[in-house]
Design a protein around this ligand. Structure first.
Ligand code: GAR
Length: 195
């Protein structure tokens, strides 16, 4: 059984879908949900689902990312995860942290990478006049929103879409894609999953 730690920064809707998926014959179980923000709504939801939680506020370490990560690492290492899932975790991780979990850290990003790494993905897709948008699950490497793509889901851009309406349509697909990719990844499969 693989042990999965999930990092979040906000409401944690993707985290919930991941945790909910890891039951029965699933090859993995959630062992920790950690956040850089003690007020992240997802922490309480994780606790209610019976998953241990940890919060390390990044703000006291504003000028020292490595010091923040050293604190974040403590509960993560204590949980002994095989796989680390970033699920709406909004801090950029240093190469040192990423390399520690090389080949076993996943991220979900709300665009069809390699398009639109970084922030404001839906706004950028609309401004570019794209006719489709979507989300990507990829292995995390030291380059932001880079790394081998393991899954993508596409949605149409509709007339009158705003960043918010498009984000909501993409999020529905994120909730399908991430559990599908995690299950395959936990089984050792690395093929591309498209929804
Ligand atoms: C999701 O849309 C996720 O793809 C995005 O943040 C949202 C988190 O929602 N992640 C990023 O933008 C990472 N750069 P959630 O907390 O409800 O899962």
């Amino acid at each position: 059984m693989k042990r999965v730690a999930i990092l979040i920064s906000g409401g944690g809707s993707n985290m919930i879908k991941l945790v909910e998926s890891m039951v029965g014959d699933h090859p993995a179980r959630a062992v920790l949900v950690a956040s850089n923000d003690a007020a992240a709504g997802g922490l309480e939801k994780a606790a209610r689902m019976g998953v241990p939680t940890a919060a390390i506020d990044h703000r006291p370490y504003a000028k020292d990312r490595a010091a923040f990560e050293a604190e974040l690492l403590k509960p993560i290492l204590a949980a002994e995860p095989d796989i680390l899932c970033l699920a709406g975790f909004m801090r950029v991780l240093t190469p040192g942290f990423v390399e520690r979990f090389s080949g076993r850290m996943l991220n979900i990003h709300p665009s069809l990478l390699p398009k639109y790494p970084g922030l404001h993905t839906h706004k950028r897709a609309l401004e570019a006049g794209d006719t489709e948008a979507g989300c990507t699950v990829h292995e995390v490497t030291p380059v932001l929103d880079d790394g081998p793509i393991l899954g993508q889901a596409r949605v149409p851009v509709e007339t009158g879409d705003t960043p918010e309406t498009l984000a909501a349509r993409v999020l529905v697909q994120e909730h399908r894609l991430y559990p599908a990719v995690l299950r395959a990844f936990a089984q050792g499969e690395r093929g591309l999953i498209t929804l």
